[in-house]
Design a protein around this ligand. Structure first.
Ligand code: PLP
Length: 305
């Protein structure tokens, strides 16, 4: 499915995003090639997978208000707020946590508010139950006729939108790898590849729930599992937005080698995983490995999920 034409005309996303070779001795040593799929360049305010995931959802909303969910540092909330300002529809962000604990707003939420997003704080128990009919009914009662998009923007339409990412790298890579939060991007990426290619997901959250989440998204979006994909769950570094001195040093070194600003919450873990796999001999000589650069390090990541 391609992005809706009028939205694409209004936002001018840079798609297909560029695919660049990154000469890296750690890949060259095993005869493999590292490619960077620069989804971070798609749009300055809706970078990466956030545009791909929102496009069909915004078309479905058809100008109605959009209500969605996120943590205090959610890239998805920021992208939704920016889309609302750029395209002229109201946005409501349901944020996990006590309002008082979030005042003053962190830079990420402050930007959402500046883009006109109405922020609605709910306690953790309510947030956990956000998919339940009771909580949803309460939100609809408060906010009226809104299009509800789930946390992280991942639903069937999001996965369908992300098939474009897979189609863009057909014939150009053997492995397409992406960092995963909710798994919507991986679900669509894998479905968009052609036979002979495979997708690799690197979860940044702990818990081991992602395989089932991706399979469920694919069933919703495509009627069954689609494409070849797998997960490597060894690279969470303690969980969402957590890091270690080793990961920080790795990211700084990668920035220096390749002149690529490395987003720390997702992209650093993906790149660390791929370099580790190369060093482990996981890629046969001749293998092309495309790392999807899903974001930019514009707002500093905070400690809360
Ligand atoms: C949201 C996000 C992801 C995760 O995408 P999912 O579809 O939730 O797995 C990866 N990288 C960046 C930079 C993101 O903002």
């Amino acid at each position: 499915m391609s992005p809706p034409v009028d939205l694409a005309r209004a936002l001018q996303p840079r798609v297909p995003s560029p695919l660049q070779e990154a000469r890296d001795d750690r890949f060259e040593r095993c005869g493999a090639t590292l490619l960077l799929k620069r989804d971070d360049l798609i749009h300055p305010e809706l970078p990466g997978n956030k545009w791909r995931k929102l496009a069909l959802n915004l078309e479905a909303a058809a100008g109605r208000a959009v209500l969605t969910f996120g943590g205090a540092y959610s890239n998805h909330l920021r992208a939704t707020a920016a889309a609302g300002r750029l395209l002229g529809f109201p946005t409501i962000g349901v944020v996990r946590g006590d309002e008082l604990a979030h005042r003053p707003l962190n830079p990420s939420l402050a930007r959402c508010a500046a883009d006109g997003m109405r922020l609605h704080f709910v306690d953790r128990a309510t947030y956990r139950a956000k998919g339940s009919p009771e909580v949803l009914a309460g939100l609809l009662e408060l906010f009226g006729d809104v299009e509800v998009i789930p946390e992280g923007g991942s639903n069937a339409l999001a996965a369908q939108g992300c098939t474009a990412l897979g189609r863009e790298v057909r014939g150009l890579t053997d492995v397409a790898a992406v960092a995963c939060g909710t798994g919507g991007t991986l679900a669509g990426l894998a479905a968009g590849l052609e036979s002979g290619q495979r997708a690799l997901g690197v979860p940044v959250l702990r818990g081991g729930f992602l395989g089932e989440a991706v399979a469920a998204l694919q069933r919703d979006a495509f009627g069954g599992e689609a494409g070849r994909w797998s997960l490597d769950e060894r690279f969470t570094f303690g969980g969402y937005a957590r890091t270690t001195p080793e990961l920080d040093a790795f990211a700084a070194d990668f920035e220096e080698r390749h002149g690529l600003p490395v987003e720390r919450v997702y992209v650093a873990k993906l790149l660390f995983a791929l370099v580790t796999l190369a060093q482990e001999g996981a890629f046969a000589p001749g293998t092309r490995v495309a790392a999807v650069i899903t974001g930019t390090p514009d707002v500093p990541a905070g400690p809360s999920a």
